[in-house]
Design a protein around this ligand. Structure first.
Ligand code: CMC
Length: 387
């Protein structure tokens, strides 16, 4: 007999108790450690938010300065890691390279397997948050055959990443403050989202006492999936496929047609049945960025028309299908000249402090139950072997 509760995809099972992130999907509310996401995204930097997630409190001015300096000093990766890159094929996806790179870091920092005190914890956390953007930029440049650009310790966290992505060696391209602000906001908005698939992967590994960087690498693997971190890439692909404003109505009709599997990418959410609070913030940033950079494109016009129709159409309104974070982040990243295959990588950079906070919350518990769900067996009953 089957004595377990069946809850496919754990839609009604809480897997842990947590102090980190609060979501109220009905109200469209998201908070990290009690701070509203809109406050963090508009008044604070990504580094403030990363510090908050990792340490539980927002940093003071001097704590933030120290943290920013730590990020700069720890942003370099061991030269040996670069050799690993040489063994990958040219066409390797940056997410595959990144997850291998992070996994490789566990060979250099093996002692993080047994973290004993606050100091060791913070060293482990700072190290990975600082090195991920470097590995991310390297993975992009490597997969395009471009020379690797080392971090510049004179630059801030987000500027440094854009610099490593877009610059030529010894020839820095001036970045506009709005470009840095837009990417910094994207990082903040992705920093945590309670027990989503990749965070669950990270916590499952934490429950077995795995190495923290092995857990982060597993999180990257989960985030690579099209239904998770890959959604904003699908939004851009879909907008490109629709191509022109006069074809929008045709695709809206397809999305509403029950016999047609076509869905409008960037609409709807499993948890938010109201406006995704992250989407509202990104919409403002997108508008600011587009007008400051003077970008106008058919793609943006197509997106605007879809948004305008969906927000007033009975089909979408009655099903609470609002634009989600991915609807806006793809257009912003494109305006920042970040190629589509890097969108999920950007998500990883933002999510790393959240994963680390979740890993540590579980790791610091006095007793940890290993994640070990049961199942409803439906295979054959015992069979009589033939001798
Ligand atoms: N376009 C058209 N119809 C839709 C859409 C859509 N994007 N999303 C949901 N529906 C309809 C669906 O057909 C169903 O209609 P009915 O009740 O008549 O059968 C109803 O809305 C409820 O849909 P559901 O699939 O039961 O909702 P869900 O909560 O299981 O799915 C979702 C949420 C995000 C998977 C889905 O809305 C979707 O596929 N959206 C498009 C993909 C997308 O943008 N994904 C990114 C999500 S945000 C990522 C993140 O936070 O990490």
């Amino acid at each position: 007999t089957n004595m377990f509760t069946y809850d496919e995809g754990y839609t009604s099972t809480a897997s842990c108790k947590s102090d980190i992130t609060y979501i109220d999907g009905e109200a469209g509310k998201l908070m990290y450690r009690g701070y509203d996401i809109a406050y963090l995204a508009t008044q604070k930097s990504f580094l403030d938010t990363a510090y908050l997630l990792i340490n539980g409190e927002l940093p003071s001015k001097s704590e933030l300065d120290d943290f920013a300096l730590e990020m700069k000093k720890r942003s370099f990766v061991h030269e040996g890691v670069k050799k690993l890159f040489d063994s990958f094929p040219d066409a390797a996806h940056p997410m595959a390279i990144l997850s291998a790179g992070v996994s490789a870091l566990s060979t250099f920092y093996f002692d993080h397997l047994n973290i004993k005190d606050e100091k060791e914890y913070s060293e482990m956390a700072n190290r990975i948050v600082a090195k991920i953007p470097t590995l991310a930029a390297f993975s992009y440049r490597y997969s395009n055959g471009l020379p690797i650009i080392y971090p510049d310790i004179n630059k801030g966290f987000t500027e440094n990443f854009l610099y490593m992505m877009r610059s030529y060696p010894h020839n820095y391209i001036e970045l506009k403050p709005i470009e840095i602000k837009a990417l910094d906001t994207i990082f903040t908005l992705h920093a945590d989202h309670e027990q989503n698939a990749s965070t669950t992967a990270v916590r499952n590994l934490a429950s077995t006492n795995a190495h923290p960087y092995a857990a982060i690498s597993a999180g990257i693997g989960a985030l690579w999936g099209r239904s998770h971190g890959g959604a904003n890439e699908s939004v851009i692909r879909q907008l490109e496929m629709i191509g022109s404003v006069d074809r929008v109505d045709e695709f809206i009709a397809k999305a509403k047609d029950k016999d047609d599997p076509f869905r409008l990418m960037g609409f709807g959410h499993r948890v938010y049945k109201n406006f995704d609070p992250r989407a509202t913030i990104l919409k403002n940033i997108r508008n600011e960025l587009m007008s400051e950079l003077g970008i106008s494109s058919e793609l943006v016009d197509v997106a605007n028309k879809i948004e305008q129709i969906a927000l007033s159409d009975e089909y979408f309104v009655s099903r609470n299908l609002y634009p989600n974070i991915d609807f806006y982040s793809g257009l912003i990243l494109q305006a920042l000249k970040i190629p589509k295959e890097m969108f999920a990588v950007i998500f990883v950079i933002g999510r790393t402090p959240g994963w680390i906070a979740q890993w540590s919350e579980l790791n610091q518990q006095k007793s940890v139950k290993i994640a070990r769900p049961r199942q409803l067996y439906r295979g054959p009953k015992e069979r009589t072997p033939e001798y």
